[in-house]
Design a protein around this ligand. Sequence first.
Ligand code: MSP
Length: 495
Amino acid sequence: MTTPIYYPNDIPHIGHAYTTVLADVLARWYRLNGHDVFFLTGTDEHGLKLQRTAEKAGKTPKEFVDSMVPVFKKYWSLLEINYSRFIRTTDPDHEELVKKVFEELYSRGYIYKGKYSGWYCVSCEKFYSEGEYVEQGGQKLCPIHNKPLELVEEETYFLKLSALQEEVTRLIEEGGIVFPEGYAREILSRIKKEGLRDLSVARPKSRVYWGVELPFDRDYVAYVWIDALLNYLTGVGFMRDNNSFEKYWAEAHHIIGKDILWFHSAIWFSVLRMLGLSPPKRLIVHAYIVNRGLKMGKSVGNVVLIDDLVERYKSPDAVRYLLMRLLNLDKDVEFDQSLLDNIYNSELADTYGNLVRRAGVLAMRKLGGRVERAGPDPGLEQLSNSTVEKVGRLMQEVRVSEALSTVLDLLREANGYMNKTQPWSLEDPREPLYNVLEALRIATNLLYPVMPATAESLARAFGFQLRRVDRLAFGQVEAYSVSEAPILFEKVGKA
Ligand code: MSP
């Protein structure tokens, strides 16, 4: 499971968290289903953008990125991102791999020297061709950053992507890799329209010194995007640890935003093919979080910081939940604080939190915390079991937001059951409480990938174990020992 490796030119915002949390949720989900998951994230540290940012900050590029990496790690740890490796493109094993790969591509005849001239966006680290850029007042602007493009004319090395056009087209047409399908069609129509053109994959050191030197020409460094894509191979041990590579590469799941789809499909699939490697198993693409209609980003000035949300909801788990509740692979979603407040209050505080609190208090007050198994309520039993199955199906299709709604339906039903059976008024409330606790246990277990700390602390407070998803059957717990009735989520006021 991989995330894009982020540019550490600035601190990450909730757009980056959107992708990273999704990848973590999927990694945890698969682990919960008994899979061995290697989860890779990291930073993309070379290139002109970083070189200039460091210059402005009065630091060397290496000093600058060294100062940013702990910041990324701090945010990922705050959001409970449980990665297996945090890869940096300045890691020695990665730089070595980039050199080996360039050597290999060169010796296979896929790299040739030529002259290039084009319009470059430093923020995107890519060239834009006519029709792609915006023309305004005689200037050429980047369609994403709205900043002037720079004219670059130089001798460079090209990667012969054109040689792979047919193969890559077929690969994408066969389907199954690029997900959701709509993005595959987008790529195919772009290939059809403009073809798969050879790509400039080198930069003269005189202009861009901050990169991996090319083994066959020391006056050049590798284009930052090829350098970056190769992290996915370094991360699982390509050319270094064959066992690991064989085990993980065949199952690679890349999670990306739609802004970098072309690089991760047309270009990446070609490079892999040139190296004789299989494509990733799945390329999962999501749309943007937008704010006031524009993609959240530093240059637009509409960024919402991770800290803003963690401070507001006082719980990293709640932030993860809200981001996943917004998740939409196909369509951009607008950031709307009052919508998030409503979801938080009604789903987390009023439904989930309230049920936990009520069940916990009653179990302790009425039964001294010990709730033994009692007859299953057929309605709750059936709904719990079908929820497990449905959530499994939805997660397979990365419909995380719907999976969460499905769990919420179960919790609402359990709240209703509680109101109906009124355990507080019963002499012996064992049966209704046991049934509510079973529904809560199953819901909590299903919520674990999204809210791991909450699930673990509730499992401790109520005395149950988190299990594999195929082993959740309703009615299996013999007895609960409730030692605490935590208030999981405090309501928030008006924004
Ligand atoms: N360094 C490259 C990626 C190289 S991967 C081999 C890069 N970095 S980035 O820092 O710009 O991160 C881009 C990614 O961050 C997007 O693809 C997406 O996953 C995430 N997002 C950044 N802003 C976002 C939104 N406003 N909305 C959704 N995702 C966002 O590109």
